[in-house]
Each structure stands twice: as C-alpha cells, then as structure tokens.
Design a protein around this ligand. Sequence first.
Ligand code: 4AD
Ligand code: MG
Length: 433
Amino acid sequence: MSHTYARIAELPAHEGQPVTVRAWVTHVRSSGKVAFAVLRDGTGVAQAVFVRAEVGPEVWERFKELTLETSVAITGAVRVDARAPGGVELGVTALEIIGASPIDYPIQPKEHGVDFLLDNRHFWLRSPRQRAIFAIRSEIEQAIHDFFYDRGFLRVDTPILTAAIGERSGLFSTAYFDEGTAYLAQTGQLYGEAAAAAFGKIYTFGPTFRAEKSKTRRHLTEFWMIEPEVAWNDSADNMRLQEDFVAFIVLRCVERRRKELEELGRDMAKLERITTPFHRLDYGDAVALVQQKGSDTKWGDDLGAEDEALIVEDYDKPVFVMNYPKEAKAFYMKENPDDPRTVLCDDLLAPEGYGEMIGGSQREDDYDKLLHRIREEGLDPSAYDWYLDLRKYGTFVHSGFGLGLERTVAWICGLPHIREVIAFPRMMNRLRP
Ligand code: 4AD
Ligand code: MG
C-alpha cells in the first residue's frame, strides 16, 4: 500500500483524504466503542479516532498497546473539527506501532521539579511548551541571519580553540599538543576585528564558553553569542546598530510567533512597545540613579544585576548604559577622548529585569594605548601579537558588540531562567544529558 505521509500541521490541506501520520502518542482514552489517541509530531497535535465497528478487531486490540510516547504510523481520513485537540482528526483505518514505550516513561502528566526535568531534558524537549520556546529561538536565529544578510554583512566563523584570553571571566582550558594550553573561546571578537579589516562588516554566530562559578538565572557555561564587527563605525553608530537589531528581532517574533508567545503567556503589549530609539544613560548618571534608589555601588564599580534591575524599572524599553570606567571593562575598549577615565562602550539592559543582553564598544585603535592596556591587565603581549598588528598595519576606527542569544530568547519569551531556552544547558553543576 502506498502512503501519503503528512505532518500534523499540514493535515488541514488534506481534508477528506487518507494520509499517514508518523508521530508519538501523548494521550489515550477509550469508551469501549470509540477510542482516541492524541498524537504529537513536533508540528502540532491531532486526534486519531478509532471506531471499534470500523477498524476491525486487529487494530482495536493493537490500540490497547498504545502508551505515552509510543511511536506510531497511523493512517486515516482527515477531518477538520474545531472541537478536537489540535483542530484536526484522523478517522483511523490502520495503525502500525513503530516503537513501544514502557509505562515507566519518566515525564508523566503531573508537576515535576525543574531538576528532575533537567535530568530528563532529552524527554522534556517533547513537551508543547518546549516546542513553543524552540520555535521562538529558531525564529530569532533566522531573524539575526536575515538582518545581517540584508545589510551586507559577511558571516565569519571564528575558532573555538584559542591561545589567548578574550574577556575577564573564567576560562576553560585543555592541553594542546606541543603548543601549550588551548582555551575555549570566551568570545569571537578579536578574530572578528581581523575579519572586519578584511571584509568591512562581519558577524559571528557561535558557542562561547565561560567557566563562571555563578549559579544565577542568567549564566550558562556554554552560551551562544552573535558578534558583529563593523569597520568605520564609532560608538554612536554601534549603538544605533544595536537598537535597530534588537527591535528587528522583537518585531519578527511579534509578527511570526504570536501563537507560540501567547502559548507561553507572554504579555504581547510589552513586546510591541520595543521600538527605536532606546534610552541612553551615561554610566555616571546610572550610578547616581541607583545610589538614589539605595544601592551602595560607587563610581568605578561594574554594575551588578540588582543595579541593572533598578535602572530598567522606570523604562519600558531596553536601556543603554554608556561609557563605563576603564577598570570595570575589558582591555580592548577605546579610551573616551572626552573623559579618559572611561571607555567608549555600552551595555544594553533588557527591560523587565532581564539584565545585560548586549555588551559593545568602540575598539582601541591606537597601538601604544592598546599595548599599555594589555600590560596593565597582566596579559602577555606576545599572545596578542597578531591582534596588535591590526593597529600597526592600517589601523581603523571600528566597533562591535556581542548579543547573548539565550538572554535575548528568555526575555522575548518572558521566561525567568535561561536554562530553559537552550536545548541541553551547560551550567556549573550540569554536564548531562
Ligand atoms: O559583555 P560580554 O562579556 O562581551 C563580550 O564578550 C564582547 N567580546 C562582545 C563584543 O563586543 N563583541 O558578553 C556579551 C553578552 C552579554 O551581554 C550577555 O548577553 C552574554 O553575552 N553573556 C552570557 N550569557 C549567558 N551566560 C553567560 N555566562 C554569559 N556571559 C555573557
Ligand atoms: Mg558584558
């Protein structure tokens, strides 16, 4: 017998015709005369209806073997019915069991603790809520590629095994043949700068690694970062690119993923308000603001998560905090000519207390100043010889930023913890599954 296979989302187009759906069973019930199996295939849910008098004894008996997460191929005629789960039904004529699922399937229709769910992440991903999250994540990733593609950026893939430190946060290292120690990349930026001198406008999109001993709701040890780098952009251009970029991503989700966002209970009005321009706050004013609100952060400190929450609480859009003191930031940021105690940089803070979503800066393009900062940070200049060369041979004004993908997805989805927006999260205490 030949089959027309269809995915559940495609079923309405086959109304009245026989098709075969390959899926997993999420729910069964039987009245003795009629039995139902709810199916899930990643595109939607549909109900298979078994009428005892029509399917024959063999199929009727086989129905009884269906358990939660049995994989099946079910053939039947498509009926569109608003009352059915998923809005479509299959009037079953044939049932093939592809893979049985023992009744001790770990995730049952009841409340489970998050640690249990994370231990069973390989199964947790099958839940409808997880599908909504990953449809949104995937939409965001596609929006990012589209944004840069349409603006003439080249995507450059930078190495993960590196020989030099990029950021101040913790490093993962591994022995690397006769070359000494290799570090897992904390950032692709330094390579992105070399590529920007070659190609003008580039972006990276890849995993980055930080051996951070922080167990917060916004830290992973492995996360994905998008890092554009643009020749001839100064810090003001850089911030305009960031706000255009973030507003573009949010609008894309509002336009194309409303259904999934609503499934997650997201307040859409909050997302619809994310239009350019975003608010801009000088670091000094930000410190004064949080001090007024009771923080004991002093000029010179980096802003902590609590300060960030205090800053954004008065705004309904992301907020830029600009031009931090040198000592609070990485070595590669350009000295601010108007106040050399500070650097030309920005952190973009997400609304609703989601914290820093982007870190960006204009890069130090003066050879001597950069060398001085590398030494000041206690880094070995010989590890940065090639990076310094970019300032020696045709130095150029350039800026870029890094957007943390998981923080962005968590904010757009309105989820409290970033561990749920990456398929297999890596955290201090979690390396499995
Ligand atoms: O501010 P960060 O450290 O900036 C950089 O790495 C620069 N090299 C970027 C650049 O200018 N090209 O990190 C950028 C972003 C943060 O704003 C945050 O969204 C995310 O990366 N991030 C993390 N996300 C999850 N877990 C962690 N441990 C993160 N650390 C940073
Ligand atoms: Mg940062």
